[in-house]
Design a protein around this ligand. Structure first.
Ligand SMILES: Cc1cc2nc3c(=O)[nH]c(=O)nc-3n(C[C@H](O)[C@H](O)[C@H](O)COP(=O)(O)OP(=O)(O)OC[C@H]3O[C@@H](n4cnc5c(N)ncnc54)[C@H](O)[C@@H]3O)c2cc1C
Length: 513
């Protein structure tokens, strides 16, 4: 290939949703794109495999429709017809000995209707009384970013933090509200809280009027649990009938890029004597030391988590501020334990529950478990209730299956995750039995471990991201995208991918980043 006539080469490191979306957004540009995925499989946290013959997501399972980026991408790759809406999204909290309704009038667990909070039974009578002091207390001042628990606790007391806000944040970040940043994980509420003395009123200002058919915005993490409904009456979540995990392969194909798996990028250095067209270029070292390959690029997009990004930038002069800031982003590990039961294993309708049989009789799409209750499982999704197409996927003539997704592991609980697969499955099944009364062992189970799966947006996160972005902007033809920056949910990752694609396109056109 004659370097002077070749199209500029963009190399994207990381074949998760962010890297693949960036490749897709470059599809019509006059560039050659290569995606280098280190693992044997594309998709990162998007992956689907069968449990008892039914395709069920192993990682991300739903995306928010209230941000257009995720659904827009699905439409652009031609999968809009495969979108399915949840059958129900009303969640419970398993606490104080029972499954109790997650209050509908809440924003990431921050209640706006204190009477509804008291009725829910999620907090004790004393906890509800303390929460109502929010309406009377003088303004809570803060100087800069603070932990969510500190601010919300000052307004409502610790029970609301422990039994509502912490479980909801835990469901998104696998993190603790005592560490997570108010500004980064709940930016709109943090901003509203500066306009209202009462935090309940600030939360209420972000919710639709109580009479409307429910539209509950979810905070920056985005894939939290919310009562169903958009302003137009639809659900706030969607998935794909074959699982969200089918998206990466479709995206890779539609991008037209050369997409390589088992292509671990081990080093990145500025300067590419081989083929640069638009600047000094970049040289990537790919593969094992024994079978090393050098790839030259005009522009590089790093679509990897913070740790690999820091390792790659360590060899780049002038990027040390980014390396330092990346080093400050910690990650939580977790596991998804997926269990399948015959429908008859569930004991019919519970008192106060809606009609239906099996798991649907409970009337919930799942439940969250506060860390203070000392359980291993932090969140449970009744997948075959939330996604009715999964219930319908059972083999004809066979007893219908109920599929349950149990999420295990909050930050700091790595020892729990080191247990053997069988032990984790048994633990999850035992806790499910205690919460729902299901009897007998599951007929199938699957354990998916996500080591370092979710970045922690701890206090100071926005500043960290600003330092990373400022340092990266000084590097010609370099951009970053993914979950480490402005949101861990899929739409937020896609938004960073689009921005990264625009940045390298502008650079290659001769503009400055
Ligand atoms: C269990 C779980 C459930 C979730 N559920 C939801 C949900 O329901 N809805 C939602 O919106 N979000 C959900 N999320 C969050 C969301 O899925 C992720 O934040 C998002 O998929 C991250 O995408 P990414 O491309 O930034 O990173 P990743 O998916 O981590 O992809 C990065 C890729 O880079 C590769 N890589 C790393 N280093 C190198 C290297 N040196 N060279 C080459 N390749 C490298 C990795 O192998 C990986 O494939 C969930 C996350 C987890 C862990």
């Amino acid at each position: 290939m004659n370097p002077s006539t070749a199209l500029p080469h963009v190399v994207i490191v990381g074949g998760g949703i962010a890297g693949l979306a960036a490749a897709f957004f470059l599809r019509d540009e006059p560039v050659r794109v290569t995606v280098l995925e280190g693992s044997p499989a594309l998709g990162g946290k998007l992956s689907v495999s069968e449990v008892a013959g039914v395709p069920v997501d192993e990682g991300a399972e739903a995306l928010l429709v209230t941000r257009p980026e995720g659904t827009g991408l699905i439409a652009e790759v031609g999968l809009a017809g495969d979108r399915v809406a949840p059958g129900t999204t009303s969640s419970a909290i398993w606490t104080l000995g029972a499954l109790r309704p997650l209050p509908r009038r809440q924003f990431m667990g921050v209640p706006s209707d204190l009477a509804e909070l008291a009725q829910s039974g999620v907090v004790s009578g004393a906890g509800a009384a303390r929460a109502s002091q929010d309406l009377e207390l003088p303004p809570t001042t803060r100087d800069g970013d603070v932990p969510v628990a500190a601010f919300v606790g000052a307004r409502f007391g610790t029970e609301v933090v422990d039994r509502l806000v912490d479980p909801l944040l835990g469901g998104v970040y696998a993190g603790r509200s005592s560490d997570l940043s108010f500004d980064a994980t709940m930016p709109t509420l943090a901003a509203a809280s500066r306009r209202y003395r009462s935090l309940a009123e600030a939360a209420g200002s972000l919710l639709p009027p109580p009479s409307s058919p429910v539209a509950v915005p979810v905070a920056a993490g985005e894939q939290g649990r919310a009562p169903a409904g958009t302003r137009s009456g639809g659900s706030v979540f969607t998935t794909l009938s074959g699982g969200l995990g089918q998206l990466p392969a479709v995206l890779a194909k539609a991008s037209g890029a050369e997409v390589r798996t088992a292509a671990m990028t081990r080093a990145l250095a500025p300067g590419a004597p081989g083929a640069p067209a638009a600047g000094p270029g970049w040289r990537l070292t790919v593969g094992s030391a024994a079978a090393e390959e050098l790839i030259d690029a005009d522009a590089v997009i790093l679509a990897v988590p913070a740790r690999p990004a820091a390792r790659l930038l360590a060899g780049v002069p002038g990027a040390s501020a980014a390396v330092t800031a990346f080093g400050e982003i910690s990650y939580a590990s977790m596991a998804i334990v997926t269990l399948a039961y015959p429908r008859s294993a569930f004991p019919g309708a519970f008192s106060g529950a809606s009609s239906g049989s099996g798991l649907a009789a409970l009337g919930w799409s799942g439940y969250l478990v506060p860390a203070v209750d000392g359980r291993a499982v932090k969140a449970v999704t009744f997948s075959s209730v939330k996604w009715p197409h999964l219930a319908e996927a059972t083999a004809p003539g066979a007893e219908p299956l109920e599929i349950v997704r149990c999420s295990v592991g909050r930050i700091g609980e790595e020892a729990l995750l080191q247990r053997a697969d069988e032990e984790l499955a048994a633990l999850a099944a035992a806790e499910l039995a205690a919460a729902t009364g299901v009897h007998g062992a599951p007929v199938a189970h699957r354990i998916t471990r996500w080591g370092g799966g979710l970045p922690q947006y701890t206090v100071g996160h926005l500043d960290r991201v600003a330092r990373i972005r400022a340092a990266v902007a000084t590097q010609p033809g370099l951009a970053v995208c993914g979950a480490a920056y402005e949101g861990v949910g899929i739409p937020a990752c896609v938004a960073t991918a689009r921005a990264a694609a625009s940045q390298v396109t502008e650079f290659l056109r001769g503009g400055r980043q």
